[in-house]
Each structure stands twice: as C-alpha cells, then as structure tokens.
Design a protein around this ligand. Structure first.
Ligand SMILES: Nc1ncnc2c1ncn2[C@@H]1O[C@H](COP(=O)(O)OP(=O)(O)OP(=O)(O)O)[C@@H](O)[C@H]1O
Length: 503
C-alpha cells in the first residue's frame, strides 16, 4: 500500500503548508466546505504568501513534484503570473546515488562488466539531478588504449516506479480537483498533468534524448555558433547515454567567461541566432534552455547539453510565428487579426475588429518602450492568452517555444543588457517569409512534388481525352464546356511552367 502512504504524505503536506486556506471557499459542495472548516489550522508557514507556500510544499514532496512546479511555472496563463514567477525558483537538487548502483545499471544495460565497456569509469558522479546522474569515463581505442573522453548519463534505478505512482496520483487528483473545486475547470488540471506525464516519460527514455542530440548535432555540424556532443549509440540504451565529453564554462559564470576573453555581446547575439535558426530553418529546437544546460567553449561557441525536451514545428507553425511577429513589430494588429481568420487559427465567424481590439489591448502596453527592449516571449504569451479567449487551442509545441523564447531572451539580456532582439531576429523572419513567397518558393515546392508529377504526367493525355469525350457526351451546357476547357488549358500552362522552372 505504498500509494496510500504517499497519498497521506501529500494530504499532510497540503495541510502543513496551509494550502487548505488556498482552497477556502473553492469547494463546490457545502458539506465538504463545512468539513474543511473543522480542520485545525496549520500555523507553520502562514507568514509566507500563498505562492511561496505552494513552492515550499512542492519542494517538500520531492523531485517529481518539483518538476511539476517547474512545468507549472511555464504556464502563467493557468496559474497566474505571481505563482509562475515563484515556481520558477524551484530547483531539483537531489543527492547523488551510489556509484556502484550506476555501474550495475550500465553493466545490466550492456551485459558486460564495466571494465570491458569503458577504459575507465569514474565512480563518483560529476553531477546529479532528479532523474539521472552523470559520470565521466573514456572509451577504448581499437588497440585497447585510452580513447575518447565521454560523459555517461545514468538513469536513477528506482525512479520509474516512483514516477508512475506519483503520476497516477496526480491524474487522479486532477480529476477530483476539476469535480470538487469552483476554479477546477479553469485551472485545467487534467491537461496540465497530461502534458507533465508526456514530459516525464520523454525524460525517462535516454534513447529518445540520444536521438534528439544526434539530430541537433547533425543540423549544427561545423557551426561557428554551437557545439553539440557526439552521441555514441553503441553505448546507449534506455537507461544509459554515452556522449562526447564537453569542456566549457557554465554560461552563468560570466566572471570566468570575461576572464577567458569571451565576447559576451557576441555570445548574446549567437544565442538568439541559434534559436531562430532552430525554429525557422530546422523546425526543431532544444526546449530546455535553462542556464544549467548551457556551457561556453573557450573559442566562444555555445555548448548545448540535456536534450530530453525538444520542440518540433511544421510549416504551419513557422508561418504562424513569422506572420504574427512581423505584424506585431509593425504594430499592425489588424493584420494579426486577419491572419488569424484567414488561416483558420480562430473560428471563421470571429469578428476581425473584435480580435484586433483584444490583441491591441494586451500588446500596446508592451510596445510602450524602445523596440530593442521588446520581449518576443511576452508578446507570444499575450497573443496566446487572447487567442484562448477566442476559443483557440494553442498547440503544445508553440507553448514550449514561447517558454524557450523567454529563457533565451533572459539569458541574452543577462549577457548583454542592450541586446537588440528585434534587430537580431528580423532577418530570420524576413528571410523565411521571402522563401515562402515568390518564384523561388514555387520552384522549391514544385521540386518537392516531383515524385508525384512523375506518376501523374504520363497519364495526363489519357485523362485530358477522357474529360473531352465526357464533355462531348454529356455537357450540353456551353458554360460547363467552357469551364472544362479552361481547366485543361490551366493544367497545360502549369506543366509548361514546371518545365521552364525546372529546366
Ligand atoms: N557531455 C557532457 N560533457 C560534460 N559534462 C556534461 C555532459 N553532459 C552533462 N554534463 C554535466 O552533467 C550535468 C547534468 O547533465 P544534464 O543536464 O544532461 O542532466 P539532467 O539529469 O537532465 O539534469 P537536469 O534535470 O537538472 O537538467 C550538466 O550540467 C553538466 O555539468
């Protein structure tokens, strides 16, 4: 009955940190309200605000709840800005587990003694977090000598059942929160827990992380801005990930960076450029860009670590971002509204003026400062808030992007308070828009469709013939006939165009 013990601990924590007061007046059922009011009050932490007490309670409940708090901190639309900024302070500091256990995990994963897998394996981890810890080692060269220095991430052995149990309780709690509390529906607990469930399961599979790292590495091969550790797939499993060891300075250690002669302004600009390259060129972005995961190499390039969470964007998402950002920076709220209607982002019967006015109300105050100081992340957040009021379901990858954008901006401005985000980002947006329009885009799209054309073209004469004879048989109506001829002519013109473009 482990879950019952855990459940009791959760209930006790809610009471101890005075969170019951937070629920005061929220219960729908009068009998339950009465029952709650009979409980003795915990006075332990009452001097703190509700948000602080919630943070303390999550810390008390351990790493999984800390992670839930971190996820909630990225949803100010759900929990409100005060809670979001308090929960952002949560850090998952967890004592390391024994090196012997890590070795046993690795040996189990590869079915060999550790000395046969790595040339040497440091028993003491160099870092530990809630889900995994990292050890240092060397691989073997072919001749048995010391090879590549590597970092090995090993999953906590006992973490999966703990996570599953906590998640089951969270799913259950979310259902009841929605049923019993007045604000239950608005807080969307089931949606939040579902999102959290996916996030945790992604982090629990190190093969998933290894594949993400490898894809990002390929996209930034020989980049002058970013280094991604090489993944050694032969030494990876669901519980163990082996990657190239990266030497660098944590990005938050600006003193050392300056002492090493790193140009912080350039670094700040690189951060934004890397992000927009990931978004608009690759449609694949590292979505866990907190300072603990970013190092700087001595040559001034970024080093990315921790690839458990990534976001993927399709052409539709990119268009949404480019069109809206460009319209925003021209303060063209009407364009924001019409783009939303034309593209079907909001229900078709939405009135453009109403949407325009709502967007203006939340965004105009942001623009009440120089363009160079505007936050893209904040604009996007406000846009999402407004869209939700117009019944738009914001896709999770866009929420992830917005959160990452806030991180990138925070980081960039820490390195260079005068960083002009707009000037750095605009070329990426304009370039993407140009690529999507005009002849070049048409040519590229036609090229993409080439394999299909190869199938369609040979059968075209037969199809034209069919249409013509069909029209002779059945179309008595002159207008209908004319339309069919027009269609055929347009197909022929299109084919000619393709040949000209692809010549
Ligand atoms: N390839 C590497 N080379 C050198 N050090 C590394 C490497 N990978 C990870 N580390 C070290 O291990 C630490 C933890 O790694 P990582 O962030 O991937 O683990 P995590 O368990 O996902 O942690 P968290 O959940 O806190 O983000 C890093 O901050 C870094 O110090």
């Amino acid at each position: 009955m482990k879950w019952l013990k855990r459940f009791r601990l959760i209930v006790h924590t809610v009471w101890y940190f005075g969170l019951i007061n937070l629920l005061d007046g929220q219960l729908r059922h009068p009998l339950l309200r009465k029952l709650l009011s009979c409980l003795p009050e915990s006075k332990e932490t009452l001097e703190y605000s509700n948000a602080v007490r919630l943070r303390l309670a999550l810390e008390h409940l351990g790493p999984i709840f800390v992670k839930l708090g971190q996820v909630l901190s990225t949803r100010p639309d759900v929990v409100g800005p005060e809670y979001a900024s308090e929960l952002a302070k949560l850090q998952d500091r967890v004592p390391a587990f024994d090196g012997g256990i890590a070795i046993a995990q690795v040996e189990k994963a590869f079915g060999k003694p550790i000395e046969q897998i790595y040339f040497d394996f440091e028993r003491e981890p160099i870092a530990s977090a809630s889900i995994a810890q990292v050890h240092q080692a060397h691989l073997f060269n072919e001749d048995g000598t010391q090879g590549q220095k590597v970092a090995i991430k090993v999953l906590r052995p006992d973490i999966k059942p703990v996570i599953e149990q906590d998640l089951a309780l969270m799913h259950w709690g979310a259902v009841w929160l929605e049923k019993l509390f007045r604000d239950g529906k608005r807080l969307k607990p089931r949606e939040v827990v579902k999102e959290f469930d996916k996030y945790l399961h992604d982090e629990l599979d190190l093969m998933h992380e290894a594949a993400n790292a490898s894809q990002l590495g390929r996209q930034f091969e020989n980049s002058a801005m970013l280094i991604v550790p090489k993944v050694y797939f032969d030494y990876c499993s669901r519980n163990v990930m082996t990657m190239e060891w990266m030497d660098g300075t944590p990005i938050s250690d600006t003193e050392t960076l300056i002492a090493k002669g790193i140009d912080l302004k350039k670094l700040a600009r690189f951060g934004v450029e890397i992000f927009f390259t990931q978004v608009f060129k690759n449609g694949f972005f590292h979505a866990d860009m907190h300072p603990g995961n970013i190092f700087v190499a001595d040559d001034g390039r970024y080093i990315a670590l921790d690839f458990g969470i990534v976001g993927t964007l399709d052409e539709y998402d990119k268009r949404y971002l480019a069109v809206n950002f460009l319209a925003f920076f021209n303060r063209d709220y009407h364009r924001v509204a019409t783009a939303h209607i034309e593209s079907g982002w909001v229900p078709a019967d939405t009135r453009a003026e109403e949407l325009e006015s709502a967007v203006r109300t939340v965004c105009e105050p942001i623009f009440n400062r120089p363009l160079s100081q505007i936050s893209f992340g904040l604009i996007l957040m406000r846009l999402f808030e407004t869209s939700r009021r117009f019944n738009v379901e914001i896709q999770p990858q866009l929420v992830l992007l917005q959160k990452t954008l806030l991180n990138i901006e925070g980081l960039g401005r820490q390195l260079d308070p005068n960083l002009d985000l707009w000037a750095t980002a605009k070329p990426f947006l304009v370039n993407w828009m140009n690529e999507q329009m005009g002849w070049k885009a048409l040519k590229r799209n036609l090229e993409k469709e080439m394999p299909d054309w190869a199938n369609i073209l040979p059968s075209l004469p037969r199809k034209v013939n069919e249409v013509l004879s069909h029209s002779n048989d059945q179309s008595r109506n002159g207008l209908q006939k004319q339309l069919q001829y027009n269609q055929i002519i347009m197909v022929i013109i299109a084919i000619l165009l393709i040949f000209i473009l692809l010549k």
